[in-house]
Design a protein around this ligand. Structure first.
Ligand SMILES: [Zn+2]
Ligand SMILES: [Zn+2]
Length: 376
């Protein structure tokens, strides 16, 4: 009898254990996902403005919330500070509440020190990934190795050092980005961080020519009522895949196309998940990387996405009152030319080729090309 009893008891314990494990797993699932589904505050109905600034080959995006808070996402290249400062004064910005440095490449943080010295920046959100050449000799490409041997500081490294130094000098609050962080911009607008997801991508996990700063870019989404925009930095397909796997809510009305329209970003799978109505590409005219690439444009076109490009249309402004949105451009371009990619002057698939604009000096004839375009 005792034997039998013990058997029955064992069964009950086993059942209880399974039940407890199940409950814990369900609990963990919700804890892991709750922040992705946190309801938004209601939109105030005032204007939210997003200005994708034409700074040539690079990124710089100004967001002004319905309550007048300002967010700057990236700050273009070294020397672009003036263009950005002009835009800030044009839009009445005298303080930046949050500066998001998507990653430590010169075409994203190059002008940050110039901006920070003139306009107070309260918080800086950084990916936490240093350019490979700024510390160890591991993970350097041949270009970086050559520079280190010659004792030359690469533009990206220099930009990053200037950026860190200026944060120190100006007393801005440094925040390391982590998925789940959210920044309330007031009036119902919120920015949420989706990536970089840890463990960080390492060089050997990436495609030849890929690099850690791009792969570990900050990816964030801006929400305001039914308006949403995904800010992707220079994230490529591997990062996009990891984002989807993480269960992050990537669906957005507007997609800031990753990596200036590189063929290695904006995969078909990612477009299927984001379902963007509009794609915006921030790139320069005579960039040597062939941004935007024809394959990336074709994938967006096949998904019936509307396209905007800073190289052809100048500053692109999006305004939403929490319901729908409208888009204005500084210049006009034909739909036909918007869907034509640029020819690479340097193949960004080779190991030593693409690291970031900035490693090879300024692209040729950017200013002349721009002037020509404006006269057209
Ligand atoms: Zn870039
Ligand atoms: Zn980059």
């Amino acid at each position: 009898v005792a034997e039998k009893r013990r058997g029955g008891c064992g069964c009950a314990i086993a059942a209880m254990t399974v039940l407890v494990i199940l409950l814990v797993l369900i609990g963990l699932f919700f804890v892991r996902h709750w922040w992705k589904r946190t309801p938004l505050p209601p939109p105030s109905g005032k204007d939210l403005q997003v200005h994708v600034l034409d700074i040539g080959q690079g990124d710089s995006i100004l967001i002004t919330s319905p309550e007048g808070k300002h967010v700057l996402v990236d700050a273009g290249n070294n020397g672009d500070g003036k263009i950005i400062l002009d835009a800030l004064s044009r839009h009445g910005v005298n303080q930046i509440d949050l500066f998001i440095a998507t990653h430590a490449h010169a075409d994203h943080i190059g002008g940050a020190d110039e901006v920070m010295k003139k306009v107070k920046i309260l918080k800086v959100l950084d990916s936490g990934i240093r350019p490979p050449s700024s510390g160890s000799s591991q993970n350097e490409n041949s270009n970086q190795q050559r520079a280190r041997r010659r004792g030359v500081t690469l533009p990206t490294t220099k930009s990053f050092e200037d950026f860190l130094k200026t944060i120190d000098e100006t007393g801005a609050q440094y925040i390391k980005a982590e998925p789940g962080q959210s920044f309330d911009l007031g009036g119902g607008a919120v920015i949420r961080v989706l990536a970089p997801i840890q463990p960080f991508f390492t060089k050997d996990e990436l495609r030849a020519g890929g690099n850690e700063p791009n792969a570990n870019s900050i990816v964030a989404r801006l929400d305001y009522g039914d308006f949403s925009m995904l800010l992707t930095g220079d994230a490529e397909a591997q990062t996009e895949d990891r984002l989807i796997q993480s269960g992050a809510n990537v669906s957005a009305k507007i997609l800031k196309v990753g990596h200036h329209g590189s063929k290695y970003a904006t995969s078909e799978r990612f477009i299927r998940n984001v379902k963007p109505e509009v794609a915006i590409i921030s790139n320069g005219m005579d960039n040597r990387y062939g941004h935007p690439s024809q394959p990336a444009l074709d994938r967006l076109k096949a998904a019936n996405t509307k396209i905007y490009r800073t190289d052809l249309q100048g500053d692109i402004t999006i305004i939403s009152r929490g319901k729908g949105y409208e888009i204005k451009t500084e210049r006009t371009a034909s739909n036909e030319e918007l869907w034509v990619g640029r020819e690479p002057q340097r193949d960004d698939s080779s190991k030593s080729g693409f690291v970031a604009y900035g490693e090879f000096g300024p692209p040729p004839k950017e200013k002349e090309a721009k002037a020509k375009n404006q006269n057209r």
